[in-house]
Each structure stands twice: as C-alpha cells, then as structure tokens.
Design a protein around this ligand. Sequence first.
Ligand SMILES: [Mg+2]
Length: 268
Amino acid sequence: MKPLASLSDDVAAKIEGLLFDLDDTFLDHGALHEATYRALFRLREAGISAVGLTGRPSNWAEVAARLFPLAGCVAENGALGWYLTPAANGRTRLQQWDPVPPELRRDRVAKLNEIVREIARAFPALALADDGHGRVSDRAWDVGEFSTVSPEMIAEVTNFLEDRGAKVRTSSVHLHATFDGHDKATGAAAFLSARLGVDPGAVPLRWAFVGDSGNDTPCFNVFRVGVGVANLHQARLAILPRYLTKLPRGAGFVELVDRLVAARTSAC
Ligand SMILES: [Mg+2]
C-alpha cells in the first residue's frame, strides 16, 4: 500500500465518482460526524458522484439514498440498492434496484431462514446482528459490533455456512451469509450501469472506492484508486488496497475527498 498522498493529480482528476463503505470508513464506531457528512456536499459541488456501498441492510440504503446527497446507495454487499428519480412538483421518488426476480428471492429467503435455525443450534453463543429486520438478500451475525468473536470461531462458522452452499462475507462488525452472486465490486458495477449508464468494465478505472475490511477486498482487488482508511485490519485481509489514508475512519474518508476535490478543481 502506498500513502494516499502519492496518488497523482493526473489519476485523481479523472475520477468521476466515489463508492464508499459505511462502517469504520464513513462512520466512526457507528456515528456520522459533521465533517464527514459535509464532505458529501463538497464532492457534489466538485461534480464527483457519490454512492454508498455497504454490508448494512436494504433499509439503511433506502434512508441514505433518500436523505444524503448521493447518486444512490448499494446495500447487503452489492446485492441491491436504492436511488432517486425525478417526479412531479419538483419532488423525487425512491426506486429500488434488485437484479434478483421476486420468485427466486422468495426461495433464497426460505433457505436463509433455515440456515439461521441451523446456526442457532450449532453455535448458540453467536448472536444475529441487530439490523436483521431490514435485510432482504442475506442474514448477518454480530462478530464485532456489540460482541467479540474470535477469528477461529469466525473461520468455523464460515466453513459451516459454505458447506451449505452460502457465500460468506465478513466486515469489521458482521459475518454475512447470502445465496446471491454479487459482491461489492460486481454489485456496484451492475448498479452504476443500471442507474447511471456507466460501462461496468470502466467502473474500476473511472470511480474510486474506499473501505476497511474483508467484504471490501473485491473492490480493493479491482479499483485503480482503491483506498483503505488507516484503521483497516491489514493482517486479516487477503487483498490490500493500492492506497492508504493517513487518518482513520471518517477523518480518512475526508482526507480522500480533499484529495479528489483538489485534483478535480485544479484540473478545471
Ligand atoms: Mg467497513
């Protein structure tokens, strides 16, 4: 990883949009600070689109897309997302993007509910995440938000879920199981293609990504401007981002926004 300061003006000025993780990247231990929130408006003023890209549930993305100055928000590690479209009287209307047909979605929900019952029997100490009521495509267990779960137990649960055909993704706070195909990188590319008409193959070159943990590694793997905030768990990641901020969490997010906005402004 190279310091973010080494990102060249030439590369930074070509960035059209920023995809960003929420927990421990945009949020500081779950809280949104004023400077971090303000950075979204600075991106918009500079003509740089912003899209949230989180493992959090669909209903978090629904609120973020409704209230924040974003081009949309993708939830559940790339599975689905929300965005606004113009409506009558100068209003905007929320729209959901979900590439999985309703019948298949119902089948997958039934399989997920069965897996939740099996996990409860096999790992009684493991607690479901407290945001489960808003989840559509996955189920999540708390491995770091309010509970402490050892890496050994996370590996054991991961094997258990993978043996049942589920895909597993792990963030700094949750372990997720899903039967959907997208990860954060492919889901973001599909969303930007459907929502903004961006060529999916060009997303890793024309957009930047910032994150901190295991479920962000598909993006760290493909984004030319893939950025980790300083608190990222280096030892736990199989793939590291190309750049690293000097500051952790929300301050690191603002550091990246400063860099992108300065490069875009000086290029104009
Ligand atoms: Mg995170």
